[in-house]
Design a protein around this ligand. Sequence first.
Ligand code: LLP
Length: 422
Amino acid sequence: MDHFDYRDGQLFAEQVSLNELAEQVGTPCYVYSRATLERHFKAYEQALGDHPHLICYAVKANSNLAVLNILARLGAGFDIVSIGELERVLAAGGDPSRVVFSGVAKQEHEMARALELGIKCFNVESRPELERLNAVAERLGVVAPVSLRVNPDVDAGTHPYISTGLKDNKFGIPVDEALDVYQQAAALPNLKVSGLDCHIGSQLTDIAPFLDALERLLVLLDRLRDKGIEVEHLDLGGGLGVPYRDETPPAPFAYASKLLERLARWPGGEQLTLLFEPGRSIAANAGILLTRVEFLKPGETKNFAIIDAAMNDLIRPALYQAWQAIIPVDTRAARDAAVYDVVGPVCETGDFLGKDRELAIAPGDLLAVRSAGAYGFVMASNYNSRPRPAEVMVDGERFQIVRRRETLSELRAGESVLEELQ
Ligand code: LLP
């Protein structure tokens, strides 16, 4: 459930009219709802109840400081994949001891900074990474907490670009090799084995692949135990899907209860701290992209609604053929309905936000692209020298610009023309 609803024919974000917001901020802009973010985060908290757990929000999904700060206030941990994300977490008031560091190619300086701050755990993805981390920790005279990201080889049944738990993905350590790598980790003096980790993919709409993965991880934990290696936590990654259209993904409660049920049957399962790294299921439906119709262009075979947002602002439709709902902000005026491809101003045929959408619109009307709170702004670019849009956080009756629109001079910041040769 989210907090974007119609009232008397006008779309609101919580108590704020999007018509009024667009007047003040301009378009395109991303609009997030604090109440929705909180609701989604709390759904995980409540689902885990008394079982020891930490919900590490996946910063990559939406890394705006206001988003991170809202979650930090609720006691969230964070899953980061770069030093840039770690610095954002700090700037937003997040607690480094609740941070897990994922990613296949952590650099030495990134490891050093994370060690200095005392993060909770490094999710290590290969032997060379393990050795690098040990060396960096040794240099700093500390012990690094590690968890191996294991690739359980389960098919998440999701889009190939966002499926990460299969053998032929670059991610993780094959489950069959993991025992060996754990023994290596346990033997390295500046590492401490603290967890086991996996992340099998994103936008999963079924619990079965998660349970398959858990089953394989429990077999591995049994083997580790036989070798005298015990972990404190099990990190099951992110990946829970959201309804973009007619998908019916399990709610965190249904997901967590199945996992807890299975863990209860595993010796020691009650004490095993569970970590999750949800991104999309917290942020996606807590945001929309607000855009205005520039022109309607009837064609021989297609009608186009040309809007002021484009693939550089929201790339998911172009990159993954992702379907996101596009709805009018104001339904009060009488309009004729027609079927449109909703396209942006960028010079690419792939620049669309939706295809074959029935809409009753006129030039100048506002549209909301729904489910845009995750992997929206964070994947925006300056292609075609377009400034990135503003981001706005709604909180009840008020709203705040939490990232102002980029300016034209910022687009050229750091660039220079070639100096004359002497
Ligand atoms: N943990 C790890 C290690 C990940 O790689 C990811 C996402 C997450 C957690 C969070 O997954 P989530 O709960 O959001 O599904 N740009 C794509 C999604 C890429 C996901 C990458 N990894 C999209 O727009 O659909």
